[in-house]
Design a protein around this ligand. Structure first.
Ligand code: XLS
Ligand code: NI
Ligand code: NI
Length: 440
C-alpha cells in the first residue's frame, strides 16, 4: 500500500475500482436531485478523534504519535492544524468540528488555556481561508478536566458553573469568528452517578439557565446559527439528562428553548439509548428540531460508545432517507464523530477510515434517493392510514368529534377489520432497492 505522503488526493474511481485510496461511491461534484453530493452530505472532520486521538484505551497507552516531530506545545498544535487542513484537502472534506481543548495546549490556568485557544483560533482562520474550508460547529470540553468531575452547568459548585461559562463564551466567540453555523452542547457529565448526592431539580434548572445565557450571549454577538443539544443516555455518567431525542425535546419545551435549539443526533448514542439511529432522526424531525448528525457506528456486542467509522450501509440509507425527507441539512452537516480502531495506527488508516465512512453515506444517499423515487415505502404508509382521510377518521384528525360520538360509532359496528403490517415485504423492498443501485 502507498504511504500517506505519497497520496495527494482521494479521487472518485467508481464501484469497480479496487484502489484502496479511492472513493467508490462518493463523487463529490456529481449532481443528485439538483445538488452536488458534497452539498447533500456536508461531511465534517472531527478534530478530537482524527487530529488528537492516539489510540489510548483503558488498558493501554498510545499506539500512534500525533506530535508531528515537535516538542513545544504551541508548535505541536500548529502542526496538528496544518495536518488537519491537508487531510481535509486530500479527502475533499469541506467542514470540521472541534472542542476548545482539541485545538490548543492547556495552560497553567483557565485564563492561560483560553489565551492559547484564541491564538489557535486565529491560526485556524488563516488556514480556513487558505484551504477554502468551513467550520461546521465547535463546542466546549466541559467534562475532561478534574474540576468538571461532577458536571459543569450541573455541578454542585457555582464556581465550576462559572468556569464552564467562561469556556462556552470563548467557544461561541470562536464559532462566530470562524463562521460556524451550529454550536454544540454535549452534556458530558451533565447527569449523575447516584441520586443519593444529587439535587436533580436544581441541576436541571441550572442547565437550562446555562443554555439560556449561552443563547442570549450568542444572539447578542450576532450568531444566527443553531444551538444543538447532543443526546446521549449514559457514559461517562450513569444517567445523562440529555438521554435521547424525546427527553431533549421535553427539556427544551419546559425551558422555552425550542426556537433556538435543535439536536445533534449521534448514531452510537441512539443505540446506547436502545433506539435505532433513524428513530432518533425521526423523533427530532417530527418535533421540528433536527439539526445535525454525528455519524459513527457502535458495536452491538460492546456496551459503550465505540465511535467506529460507519460501514453499515443499511442504517446509513435509512438515515439519509430521513434527511432527504427533512429537506436536507441546513445549518448542520455530517460530522464523523468516529475514530480508527486502536490497531489501525497509521496515517494511512485515517484516510482509509474516512473513505469507508464517506462511501457508506454516499451509498446511503444514493439508496435513499432510490427509496423516494421508487415510492413503494411511502405509498404503503400512506395507504395504511387512509381511514384518517375520510369519515370518522377525518373527524378525529380535524378535531370535530368527541368521545361520545366515537363510542356510538364503534358500538354500531359489528366488525373491526384488520390489515397486515407487511413488515417482511417492506424489508424485502428495502433490500431490493439497496442492491439494485448498481445493477446493470
Ligand atoms: C461523546 C460525544 C462528543 C460530542 C462532542 O460521546 O459524542 O464527542 O460529539 O462533545
Ligand atoms: Ni458526538
Ligand atoms: Ni459519542
Amino acid at each position: 500500500m502507498k504511504k500517506y505522503s505519497e497520496i495527494k488526493k482521494i479521487d472518485y474511481l467508481g464501484p469497480q475500482s479496487k484502489e484502496p485510496f479511492a472513493f467508490k461511491y462518493y463523487n463529490p461534484d456529481e449532481v443528485i436531485l439538483g445538488k452536488t453530493m458534497r452539498e447533500h452530505l456536508k461531511f465534517a472532520l472531527s478534530y478530537w478523534h482524527t487530529i488528537d486521538y492516539c489510540g489510548a484505551d483503558m488498558f493501554g497507552g498510545s499506539t500512534e504519535d500525533k506530535n508531528f516531530g515537535e516538542t513545544d506545545p504551541m508548535a505541536i498544535y500548529r502542526k496538528k492544524a496544518d495536518f488537519a487542513f491537508e487531510l481535509m484537502d486530500k479527502l475533499s472534506i469541506d467542514y470540521y468540528c472541534f472542542h476548545d481543548v482539541d485545538i490548543a495546549p492547556e495552560g497553567k490556568t483557565l485564563k492561560e488555556s483560553l489565551e492559547n485557544f484564541r491564538e489557535m483560533v486565529d491560526y485556524l482562520k488563516e488556514l480556513q481561508e487558505k484551504h477554502n474550508k468551513k467550520l461546521l460547529w465547535d463546542t466546549a470540553n466541559n467534562f475532561g478536566d478534574k474540576k468538571f468531575m461532577a458536571g459543569a452547568a450541573t455541578s454542585p459548585n457555582a464556581d465550576i458553573f462559572a468556569a464552564a461559562a467562561a469556556k462556552v463564551k470563548a467557544c461561541i466567540d470562536a464559532d462566530i469568528k470562524l463562521g460556524g453555523t451550529s454550536f454544540v452542547f454535549w452534556g458530558g457529565r451533565e447527569g449523575y452517578d447516584t441520586l443519593l448526592n444529587t439535587d436533580m431539580a436544581l441541576e436541571n434548572d441550572n442547565l437550562a439557565r446555562f443554555l439560556t445565557m449561552a443563547r442570549d450571549y450568542g444572539r447578542k454577538k450576532g450568531f444566527t446559527g443553531d444551538f444543538l443539544l447532543e443526546p446521549k443516555p449514559k457514559e461517562p455518567t450513569k444517567h445523562q439528562y440529555d438521554f435521547d431525542a424525546a427527553t431533549c425535546c421535553n427539556f427544551l419545551r419546559k425551558y422555552n428553548l425550542m426556537d433556538d435549539f435543535r439536536l445533534n443526533i449521534e448514531a452510537n448514542h441512539a443505540t446506547l439509548a436502545m433506539h435505532e439511529f433513524n428513530h432518533e432522526l425521526r423523533t427530532a424531525r417530527i418535533n421540528g428540531v433536527f439539526g445535525s448528525i454525528d455519524a459513527n457506528q457502535g458495536d452491538m456486542l460492546l456496551g459503550w460508545d465505540t465511535d467506529e467509522f460507519p460501514f453499515n450501509v443499511h442504517d446509513a440509507a435509512l438515515a439519509m432517507y430521513e434527511i432527504l425527507l427533512e429537506g436536507g441539512f441546513k445549518n448542520g452537516g455530517l460530522n464523523f464523530d468516529a475514530k480508527t480502531r486502536r490497531q489501525s495506527n497509521t496515517l494511512e488508516d485515517i484516510l482509509l477510515a474516512y473513505i469507508t465512512g464517506m462511501d457508506t453515506f454516499a451509498l446511503g444517499l444514493r439508496i435513499a434517493v432510490k427509496m423516494i423515487d421508487d415510492g413503494r415505502l411511502a405509498e404503503f404508509v400512506n395507504n395504511r392510514y387512509r381511514s384518517y382521510r375520510e369519515g370518522i377518521g377525518k373527524k378525529i384528525v380535524e378535531g370535530t368529534t368527541d368521545l361520545e360520538e366515537l363510542a356510538s360509532y364503534a358500538e354500531a359496528k359489528s366488525d373491526f377489520p384488520v390489515e397486515s403490517g407487511r413488515q417482511e415485504y417492506l424489508e424485502e423492498v428495502v433490500n431490493n432497492i439497496m442492491f439494485s443501485v448498481y445493477a446493470k
